[in-house]
Design a protein around this ligand. Structure first.
Ligand code: G3H
Length: 251
């Protein structure tokens, strides 16, 4: 059975003081006992050093929310994958819908970001998801299929076995609306079938497909009980230690 994975995406939130309180609360809440799920936080880039300082040696991994496709050079404002690795990041989110919507990131760029992350030894968390208009037009399967498909074409099958996929219906992000477990499971099963074509049945069974979109302590257990939902990518609820811990414990 795949162990569950719960990842917090802090988005553009936090401060040195607030992060210290949040991270010490999470670590204390895990209590040194074997957590029910693997967990990580994806922090804004300036706080990765703080994550490394406070989380090294704990069960909580850390990562970033975006990465450049370039290795180094004249790319003002960008952060290279090697720089994230320098701060011992394990994960980096690529293709979050907020990057797609506000920064015009398309499927090919997202795939190149996933490749850049893998080349630096990081695990990309590749986000896919449809807008409300796309769902209402019955385009969900086509949209997420194309989003994941471009990544699968860009990476070798061996590289694909090292990614994490996150299904995040855009209409459920930060809105309090959640996909029902059945709706989410339907898309997760489709994504796993697509992965299977690329990497084979056994490897596809090992891959993590996370659900994101208003996952909270009160709906996490039901969502994660679905056969193809292997954890969560948590926004708002990852900013409060008690809520984040409750979701980890619901796994
Ligand atoms: O990456 C996280 C998702 O965008 C979900 O955010 P949310 O839990 O605040 O809805």
């Amino acid at each position: 059975m795949r162990p569950k994975l719960v990842v917090g995406n802090w988005k553009m939130n936090g401060s040195r003081a607030a992060n210290a309180t949040l991270l010490s609360g999470i670590v204390a809440g895990l209590g040194g006992a074997k957590a029910k799920a693997a967990c990580a936080v994806c922090a804004p880039a300036p706080y990765l050093a703080q994550c490394q300082e406070l989380l090294a040696g704990t069960p909580v991994a850390w990562g970033a929310q975006d990465v450049s496709v370039h290795a180094s050079g004249a790319y003002t404002g960008e952060v290279a994958a090697a720089m994230l690795a320098d701060f011992a990041c394990r994960y980096v989110i690529v293709g979050h819908s907020e990057r797609r919507a506000y920064h015009g990131e398309g499927n090919e760029l997202v795939a190149r970001k996933a490749k850049a992350a893998l080349d630096a030894g990081l695990t990309p968390i590749v986000c896919v998801g449809e807008t409300l208009a796309q769902r209402e037009a019955n385009q969900t399967a086509a949209v997420v299929g194309e989003q994941l498909g471009t990544v699968l074409e860009t990476l070798s099958p061996e590289e694909v076995t090292k990614i994490v996929v996150a299904y995040e219906p855009v209409w459920a992000i930060g809105t309090g609306k959640t996909a029902t477990p059945a709706m989410a499971q339907e898309v997760h099963a489709q994504l796993r079938a697509q992965l299977k074509v690329r990497v084979g049945k056994e490897a596809a069974q090992q891959l993590h497909i996370l659900y994101g979109g208003s996952m909270k302590p009160d709906n996490a257990a039901e969502l994660m009980a679905q056969p193809d939902i292997d954890g969560g990518l948590i926004g708002g609820a990852s900013l409060k230690a008690a809520e984040f811990l409750a979701i980890i414990n619901a796994a």
